[in-house]
Design a protein. Structure first.
Length: 301
């Protein structure tokens, strides 16, 4: 949509888009006010202490992006990320049996979460059993919440797909997935990209595996959401040019990936890009600014 925005007291002609969204961040590890200042209007926090995360969701700072949350990450007892240095203890919630699923899901809902986040990292410890995994997915869906899974280790992405997980929190990178699995996944789930965590600008073997999986998943029609895993290593706080460039090489329309995996709730912010440009032009996309909706005027045909 073409229109104009009020920038530094002047009306500037350009392109109005939905608020660009980073669908995988950990706000507790960064300065959230830098996100909005650097082109991100909306974020999905995928795991933190729910007492803190709830405040981001319900009482956002005036300079921060609109924030949706997952609350605590559901995991197996002694499973990832409970043993990881980056995560406070309350950022994960162990689920030991099917009998514990309803209570765990209720805690996620009480935190104000809009998704349920699972950890399935067999490289870092025990993972949820198949029966517990299936029960969590069913309980989340009964509450109309999509399920996002961190999958890491051989076979974990396939397990998530087979048990009805809706979204992978990362493009799979620990193994190359076969075409048949990717084609089936493309019809039933979406992925969050997070390609740039593999090398932070110096692509490595994990990046190559992830990019190859994502490129084929997208070719089969799979939906990909822009997400950076912000807080994980040397990532820019705001639009990540490297992540965008990788997506532009794999997707027909990068802008589609920037609209987020969740439907918009109250959204007082839009993305505005001066002038007109190609939706896969990374240089143009990186000139995006976040503008309050009351400072934007659309040109009606």
């Amino acid at each position: 949509m073409l229109g104009r925005a009020l920038i530094d007291g002047d009306w500037v002609e350009g392109t109005i888009l939905p608020g660009f969204t980073d669908s995988h961040v950990h706000l507790g590890l960064v300065d959230a006010t830098l996100l909005r200042a650097n082109g991100i209007a909306r974020v999905l926090d995928l795991g933190w202490d729910p007492a803190i995360a709830r405040s981001w969701h319900e009482s956002p700072d005036a300079h921060s992006p609109v924030t949706d949350i997952a609350g605590p990450i559901l995991t197996a007892p002694h499973g990832y990320p409970a043993t990881s240095a980056w995560a406070p203890a309350a950022a994960s919630r162990a689920v030991g049996s099917v009998d514990d699923v309803d209570a765990a899901t209720a805690e996620v809902l009480a935190a104000g979460a809009r998704v349920v986040k699972l950890a399935m990292n067999s490289d870092a410890g025990p993972t949820l059993g198949d029966d517990v995994l299936a029960a969590i997915v069913a309980a989340a869906h009964d509450s109309s919440l999509p399920v996002v899974a961190h999958t890491e280790g051989a076979g974990q992405a396939a397990r998530a797909f087979e048990r009805g997980v809706d979204v992978l929190a990362h493009t799979p990178w620990t193994e190359t997935l076969d075409d048949a699995l990717l084609q089936n996944m493309a019809g039933q789930m979406s992925w969050i990209s997070t390609l740039d965590i593999h090398g932070w600008g110096a692509p490595n073997a994990d990046f190559d595996r992830a990019f190859g999986n994502l490129e084929r998943f997208a070719a089969f029609g799979g939906r990909v959401h822009y997400g950076t895993d912000l807080g994980n290593g040397d990532l820019p706080v705001g639009l990540n040019r490297r992540e965008l460039a990788a997506l532009a090489a794999a997707l027909p329309n990068v802008v589609d990936s920037l609209t987020g995996l969740l439907p918009e709730r109250h959204m007082p912010l839009k993305t505005f890009i001066p002038g007109e440009g190609n939706t896969n032009d990374v240089d143009w996309l990186c000139t995006a600014v976040v503008i309050p909706t009351n400072e934007i005027q659309e040109h009606r045909a």
